[in-house]
Design a protein around this ligand. Sequence first.
Ligand code: GDP
Ligand code: IMO
Ligand code: MG
Length: 429
Amino acid sequence: MTLNMVIGAQWGDEGKGRVVDLLAAEADFVARYSGGDNAGHTVTVGEQTFKLHLIPSGVIQPHTVGLLGNGMVINPIVLLEEMEKLRQAGVVINPERVRISYAAHVITPGHLALDKAREMARGDEKIGTTQRGIGPAYNDKTARGGIRMETVLSQETFADAIEANIEKVNRQLTSLYGTPPLDAHAVAQEYAGYARTLAPYVGDVSGMLAEALESDQSVLAEGAQGTLLDLDHGTYPFVTSSTPTAPGVLVGLGVGVGKVGRVLGVTKAFQTRVGEGPFPTEVFGDAAIRLRGTGENPWDEFGTTTGRPRRVGWLDGVLLRYAARVNGLTELVITKLDILSALDPLRICTGYRVNGDRLENLPLGPSDLSPFEPVYEELPGWEEDIMGVQAWENLPPQARAYIQRIEELVGLPVNLISVGPERDQIVQR
Ligand code: GDP
Ligand code: IMO
Ligand code: MG
């Protein structure tokens, strides 16, 4: 049948996990295609809140199969811990339910150490990575020196590969960064044990998906990170090392182009970012606290993976239009509309000003946004708490006008509006 995609349209943390959980009700397979445990996806169902880093959020729906595609980089320790946590929460995790592509890459303790050492060495120019070893693991992959998940099928081969990786990393740690070396042999022994546990989960994800799409089964791709963190299309160099945009789904799962259906871009009703890099509509002071929260609500803007306070600002329509273009989005999903209640007026950035000229679109993509000053349009806010609203007609007229203005600015329909973290806190139009 079809391959539908849920893609982050901003700098990550748009609420993709929450949206995937909802749409997974109609999917047979849910698949992650990029990134690793730099992702933190939150799903709230009743009293239970799940925080997923590697396993697709769709597995919370009991009928689905979760797939980890070849485009991912996987830390075995984090994966095993996550499997255990999910089991304790009552989610069935076994090789029938979760499959890992043989061609996904392994994150080693060497990659973690290098990520930290490189960030330290960059000093003021640091990227602000999640320090999960993501960049170094993709470096090894593209340099054709990485370790693929298929290696776990032989404990001995896996241990040898890990030992060789740590020895290689140690040369860099000691000579380039003045950091103490890791114990390659001890790490290799430890990892041999993980190989045995993970081996039954390794399979041909691309082949499974081909079969599913030839039959009448439906597949949902779960984006990690977001468009503006894409290695090619994001705010380079303040990006991640993979392809979170829609084309990354095809490469990262080994699926052809013919089966693509809906491409849903998820955006918050405002803008956030963790880590360094440009952010034209960022706000500070009291306005920032109002959008971020102070940490008392579980949805306040503090990173799911790192706990870092997220930077916050007004919705950036220029960047959202750009995301629609580079992904070929077919629709938008807006999350966290509830956060804008009791804020008046609301602002949306509709263009950028540079040297007295007004731009509607980015002349050279989003890497250097520093010359641009956002041009804002003000819209009236609303007072009501909307977290219990489930019908479009019951949203305050100002909230409907805000959504309609976004549709107009981006040229895409908004069919799903999230007004709270829980599964049923959703307005379906
Ligand atoms: P992801 O990385 O895109 O899956 O997003 P995260 O899970 O990192 O961050 C989104 C946060 O917002 C989580 O705490 C969600 O529970 C929460 N959330 C999602 N949608 C809504 C919403 O509509 N309203 C509120 N208040 N919280 C939401
Ligand atoms: P989800 O899937 C938000 C950011 C980091 C940093 C940059 C590079 O939860 O939306 P990396 O560790 O990937 O080398 O860091 O990317 N980043 C994210 N920001 N949400 C994420 O994932 C992110 N994954 C990476 O903060 O700025
Ligand atoms: Mg997140």
